[in-house]
Design a protein around this ligand. Structure first.
Ligand code: NAP
Length: 300
């Protein structure tokens, strides 16, 4: 239980609702900022404006997945008001107050370091990234079906990168009967790809290896599907680029060659917002439990 914990949830989308549900079930006291248009009420959670919140006893602040924008504004789907998360707000919090977001940026890093608070980026965590790869793969399958006129089964699928997303993508398309090859640059990744029963190739060979690709799925956040790689792809290839913006594809050249290339960010929040929220809620509640246990340990 999180009894006695004070948590501010500032802004966010449908994923945040799962987090609020879980934290109120665990008996935390929640201040909700940026939710005044939400019809639903949660027992133990109070809707407030940001200047009404008492931050002096706040144990944790939860920001939406993107954190803030570069001006400090927080995305608020359930409010028309502009909400800013500022250095002044953080200064009011006790030293042990931790901020949680999905990712960060220079603005958020700046106010965190000036105020010497802790920031936890949930999307940097292996557990969150691996759980999130599940809805990401389901969204990728959805896109592959929507944008091709052939089955995944029997098609030639090239996956670039064997990270948390790449591994799940490769395994699932293999299970669907595609002929999967995976490109990586580390020898341990080549070994793992071999062990998975799919075909490995070294990224230095990418131009040779993609010549017969029907669906190319990129997970590498670096310009890997360059103009010269695109020039070797069959024109019917569908590219699904999962890497974070701006992706790893030369989209301008893809369009010029007539190759359909889709940048597909944020699939978990699109195809399965409830699951995506539950993934964050489960990991967050564990982190908050650990934090509470630590504080109780230190107080004894
Ligand atoms: P990850 O575990 O860090 O994997 C990234 C992969 O890219 C690794 O295999 C890494 O190989 C490779 N890589 C990175 N830089 C490279 C370079 N310069 N040259 C060659 N290979 C390189 O990340 P992840 O969790 O799988 O996520 C992959 C991307 O998808 C990220 O950009 C993430 O933000 C994004 N993502 C998108 C969605 C969506 O809905 N579209 C969902 C989740 C994640 P090495 O180990 O050799 O560096």
């Amino acid at each position: 239980m999180l009894t006695g914990m004070q948590i501010a949830v500032i802004g966010g989308d449908a994923r945040q609702l799962e987090i609020i549900r879980k934290l109120t079930e665990l008996d935390a006291k929640i201040s909700l900022v940026g939710f005044e248009q939400l019809d639903h009420a949660f027992t133990g959670a109070v809707k407030e404006k940001i200047d009404e919140v008492d931050f002096s006893n706040m144990d944790a602040i939860l920001l939406p997945v993107p954190g803030t924008n570069l001006e400090g504004q927080v995305e608020t789907i359930f409010s028309n008001e502009k909400v800013y998360f500022t250095e002044e707000i953080l200064q009011k919090t006790p030293a042990h107050c931790t901020v949680y977001s999905g990712i960060t940026n220079s603005y958020l890093n700046g106010i965190i370091s000036k105020t010497k608070r802790e920031l936890v980026q949930l999307f940097e965590r292996d557990d969150v990234a691996i759980y999130n790869s599940i809805p990401t793969v389901e969204g990728t399958i959805m896109m592959a079906i929507q944008h091709t006129d052939f089955t995944i089964h029997g098609s030639n699928v090239a996956v670039l990168g064997l990270g948390r997303v790449g591994m799940s993508v490769a395994r699932t398309f293999h299970a669907l009967g595609a002929k999967v090859k995976v490109g990586a640059r580390k020898s341990e990744h080549i070994a793992r790809i071999t062990e998975m029963g799919v075909e490995p190739f070294h990224l230095s060979e990418i131009e040779k290896e993609v010549r017969d690709t029907d669906i190319l799925i990129n997970t590498i956040p670096y310009l890997i599907v360059s103009a010269s790689v695109l020039s070797k792809l069959p024109v019917h290839t569908l590219i699904i680029d999962l890497a974070s913006k701006p992706g790893g594809t030369d989209f301008r050249y893809a369009e010029k060659r007539g190759i359909k290339a889709l940048l597909a960010p944020g699939l978990p929040g699109i195809v399965a917002p409830k699951t995506a929220g539950q993934i964050l809620a489960n990991v967050l509640s564990q982190l908050l439990h650990d934090k509470l246990d630590n504080r109780k340990g230190n107080a004894q």
